[in-house]
Write a new protein. Sequence first.
Length: 214
Amino acid sequence: MSVHFFEKPPKWLKFITPGLTWSLPNHDKIIYLTFDDGPDVKATPYVLDVLNEFKAKASFFVVGEMAEKNVKLLKRMASSGHFIGNHTYKHLNGWKTPAQVYLRDILKCQQFIDKMVPASPIKLFRPPYGRLTKAQMRGLKKDYKIILCEKISGDFQPKLDFPRALRSLYETQAGDIVLFHDSIKCYKNLEILLPKFLAFFSARGYTFETLNID
């Protein structure tokens, strides 16, 4: 059996984390695809090719040590018009990491991103596992917009219930931020979910854009 996970965040979680971005509601049939944990030599090129096929743009929240190993992929993301966000340097669990250690790790990731690709005036950060302490949030809000998501694909599940996952994904609404992972452990599920998701919403007149946050 697959392990249960939240397919969308519960309302109480949003209530206790004010100031975080879960969605960008709009009336223009725009969906915001996001990918965590890359870049990966197998999963990321696949994602980039599929996005190009559907003329879709996305936001990639990269792990710094993965980006250092795959600089060409990092640059390909940026040159293809996708947004590069920060996902810590070592994929740290915020609940298990002191605030100052956590913030230094994020800075290290951001410095590498800014060195390798054109720097953006807007800095976006997504915490691994969605886990942050209040002290970490306070430190981050000075320089970053903190991004969560409205829909979780479940591609990280070893034994994913595909019909259930797709039913949930097909309930995505305009403005939702949707979470996938361009990592090797998610690749087999990603191969099934991502093209079906893109085809479903493209056929209904939706477009896919990078996160546009002032």
